[in-house]
Design a binder for this molecule. Structure first.
Ligand code: ZN
Length: 236
């Protein structure tokens, strides 16, 4: 996957999230989201702090000095809880400034440092070139989680393809079932999760509907050969 494309997805997604946030009236920030225990306030704080956390990884790549996304999962959760108590205008400013800061960090990262390894919040070592992809997933999907009109149907088609490959690739690496064979009806591609000794559930539908389902954002218009859609696990 090339770096320019990943940066484009991240910047485009960041603009999409910002647009949805601009369209959200102040009075609607207290409403719950589909994410357990999170209001829109929590979600906006998280998306802002996530930009800061990813900027720390870019800084780590630039300097070679370890700079983790979060000091611990508890610190991450606590920061979000506190962030959720900010005023609406402070939350809007947090999201906007953090996104700009991250973009500047990417712009200033010397070409030779994109291959430098950094560690994700899940503990995986990845090259800095992975950070725009990490951010792209966050901003596009959380724009939908805001729940004011964002839709997987608005995602760039090649980003949806990459999302399907990313999620099935992760489950394959972890050998996380169920075994799946996804057949988008608007693409030539297919995506598999092979689990020893299990016949895969064949699931068909549009790329948009498959990506929504795999990322845990609901099931629409999908068909499973032989009946019921399987229960799938969490992604991130
Ligand atoms: Zn997130």
């Amino acid at each position: 996957m090339n770096l320019e494309r990943r940066l484009r997805w991240a910047r485009h997604g960041s603009a999409y999230f910002a647009r949805k946030l601009n369209e959200l009236p102040d009075a609607e920030f207290d409403a719950p989201t589909g994410l357990a225990g999170w209001s829109r306030r929590h979600l906006v704080a998280h998306v802002g702090y996530n930009a800061g956390a990813i900027a720390r990884l870019v800084d780590w790549a630039a300097t070679g000095v370890e700079n983790p996304m979060y000091s611990s999962p508890a610190a991450r959760a606590e920061e979000i809880e506190e962030g959720a108590t900010l005023s609406v205008s402070a939350l809007r400013a947090l999201a906007e400034h953090a996104a700009v800061h991250l973009d500047v960090s990417w712009r200033d990262l010397p070409e030779g440092r994109w291959a430098a390894e950094v560690r994700t919040a899940q503990g995986r070592l990845v090259p800095a070139a992975e950070t725009p992809w990490m951010r792209a997933r966050e901003v596009w999907i959380h724009a939908v989680d805001l729940g004011n009109g964002g839709s997987f149907a608005d995602f760039p088609p090649d980003f949806l393809d990459a999302l399907l490959a990313d999620i099935t690739g992760l489950w394959q690496r972890k050998a996380q079932g169920p075994a799946l064979l996804l057949r988008p009806d608007d693409r030539e591609a297919e995506y598999r999760v092979d689990i020893d000794g299990e016949a895969p559930h064949v699931v068909r539908g549009s790329t948009v509907d498959l990506a929504r389902w795999l990322s845990g954002r609901g099931c629409r218009d999908l068909k499973a050969d032989g009946g019921e859609l399987p229960e799938i696990g969490r992604w991130l």
